[in-house]
Design a binder for this molecule. Structure first.
Ligand SMILES: [Zn+2]
Length: 71
């Protein structure tokens, strides 16, 4: 299982919650900033380059696999 790091380049990925396209480097644990704030991820748990998948990463990966992120 290959885990791609979202920090490389300016990839566009979908928010794991609302599906809105977001710059990969702006993601917070797989969520856009809006959803991350809503979920309380910003402020209490800033994304400081955590290494290793957690529940949110798994959700994000499922989104990317099922959804056809073309363009
Ligand atoms: Zn979202």
């Amino acid at each position: 299982m290959v885990i791609t790091h979202p920090a490389a380049g300016s990839r566009w990925v979908r928010c794991a919650r609302c599906g809105k396209k977001t710059r990969a480097e702006r993601l917070v644990k797989g969520f856009g900033r809006d959803c991350a704030t809503f979920l309380g991820l910003i402020g209490s748990a800033p994304d400081t380059g955590q290494d290793g998948p957690d529940l949110f990463d798994a959700l994000a990966e499922q989104r990317q696999e099922t959804g056809s992120a073309g363009a």
